[in-house]
Ligand binder design. Structure first.
Ligand SMILES: Cc1cc2nc3c(=O)[nH]c(=O)nc-3n(C[C@H](O)[C@H](O)[C@H](O)COP(=O)(O)OP(=O)(O)OC[C@H]3O[C@@H](n4cnc5c(N)ncnc54)[C@H](O)[C@@H]3O)c2cc1C
Length: 389
């Protein structure tokens, strides 16, 4: 491959966050730019995990070390990985401040994802569980192991949240787990959502999910937002009025942009606004990708999921290479992605989506089959190969 040479001395590319988006940008740019370009990726963690492997932790199928991919591998590829916490983005002076230093940039790509805020729902932090973070998924594991009878509430506390099918996947995997254990008939599983249907941009996908829930005796309670937990009585307060008993409460915490974004001008509307074609922010040399952004798509927004963050990363790479080469080609972010829905017995379904290809998002629910298990494994292997090898 012919590597792009530096013509205009703007050679410092700084990537904030090593998630799906950040890793895609770092590895693709490194493969396309010659060594006069300095590509730096900063993340407070020293490893990446795929979102869906949190289910492997929750059900004890894999150990925490087995799902980690270490960023130190990036240095071997010519990407400068720095483990540090970003504290300030100074758009006036084109630099960012971390706990331990200051980094200047010519181009900045922000892929800092979301921050979870369980404390917004009183009682949740003290008496509830979640599978939405690496730590929380591990904390839930022994609780599920010991759970033999009673009511489990899986509650989406507020949108937007990552990977919209994931709470339904959790319910289906719990069903399968307890079925195999022989205790399913002693357990009630309910999913509570603020929305009227599981996946609001698609009635068709929602119907497929509702059919699966019904088939496996999982109750769906639409337009139900848990506003508080009474952890002594083990009751969830619904929309500030009715109460519902539970034995195990598993919540999808309120998501917000990371504090460093909310503290900066880029977070003045909460999630970062970008040009939905090229993903540039209001600052010409700053891009934002993935979960940290809000991108309108018809009457909805592009979902918070890794595959969309990766697609956004790909778009930024094309736009940046055009600019570096001095070409004025237009790019168009497609908003294409997929979330897997695994439910034991090696069966996996897939929700595929194109959010920006037409006036309204186009989503498809694709079968529940063994075939998609292999597809899911390949999804992970191919990304690891590209990003870390
Ligand atoms: C249970 C579950 C299942 C999922 N399944 C799927 C699926 O099937 N398909 C799919 O596409 N998506 C799935 N997702 C969603 C997916 O994991 C996220 O949407 C995706 O990781 C978002 O990518 P991102 O690049 O925007 O940000 P992230 O991957 O969240 O990365 C952001 C990075 O920024 C770093 N960071 C944040 N703040 C700072 C700071 N101040 N300083 C330094 N570093 C910082 C973080 O450490 C993190 O590494 C799932 C999520 C969950 C919870």
């Amino acid at each position: 491959m012919l590597l792009v040479k530096n013509k205009n001395m703007k050679n410092r590319i700084l990537i904030l966050g090593g998630g799906f988006g950040g890793l895609e940008v770092a590895s693709s740019l490194r493969a396309n730019l010659d060594n006069s370009f300095k590509i730096t990726l900063i993340d407070k963690k020293d490893f990446f995990i795929f979102g869906f492997t949190k289910f492997d932790l929750m059900f004890g199928r894999k150990a925490p070390e087995d799902i980690k991919y270490h960023y130190s591998e990036l240095n071997k590829k010519g990407i400068d990985y720095v483990q540090d916490t970003i504290e300030k983005i100074d758009t006036d002076n084109n630099n960012i401040k971390t706990t331990n230093g200051t980094y200047g940039y010519d181009y900045l790509v922000i892929g800092l994802g979301v921050e979870m805020h369980p404390q917004v729902t009183p009682g949740f932090k003290e008496g509830g569980y979640s599978f939405y973070s690496f730590k929380e998924a591990q904390r839930l594991r022994p609780v599920i192991e010991k759970f033999n009878s009673g009511t489990i509430l899986i509650s989406i506390l507020k949108g937007p949240y990552q990977c919209p099918p994931a709470p339904y996947e959790a319910a289906l995997q719990l069903h399968d787990y307890f079925e195999k254990k022989g205790t399913r008939s002693d357990i009630i599983i309910k999913v509570l959502a603020p929305a009227a249907i599981p996946i609001p941009p698609s009635k068709e996908v929602s119907t497929s999910i509702l059919e699966l829930l019904e088939k496996f005796d999982i109750e769906f309670l639409p337009k139900h937002t848990v506003t508080e937990l009474d952890i002594n009585k083990k009751q969830a307060l619904i929309d500030g009025s009715n109460s519902m008993d539970y034995d195990l409460f598993i919540g999808v915490p309120v998501h917000r942009p990371p504090k460093v974004i909310l503290d900066s001008v880029l977070g003045k509307n909460e999630w970062i606004n970008v040009d939905s074609n090229n993903l540039r922010t209001e600052f010409e040399n700053i891009y934002a990708i993935g979960d940290v952004t809000k991108i309108p798509a018809g009457s909805f927004v592009v979902p918070k999921a890794g595959s969309f963050a990766e697609d956004a990363g790909k778009t930024v790479v094309v736009d940046l290479l055009n600019r570096i080469k001095g070409e004025n080609n237009k790019v168009e972010f497609q908003g294409i992605g997929a979330c897997y829905l695994e439910m034991g017995a090696e069966k996996v379904a897939k929700v595929e989506a194109n959010f920006l290809g037409a006036n309204q998002p186009d989503l498809k629910f694709i079968g529940l089959s063994e075939k998609y298990k292999a597809d899911k494994i390949e999804f992970e292997i191919s990304r690891v190969k590209k990003w870390f090898n």
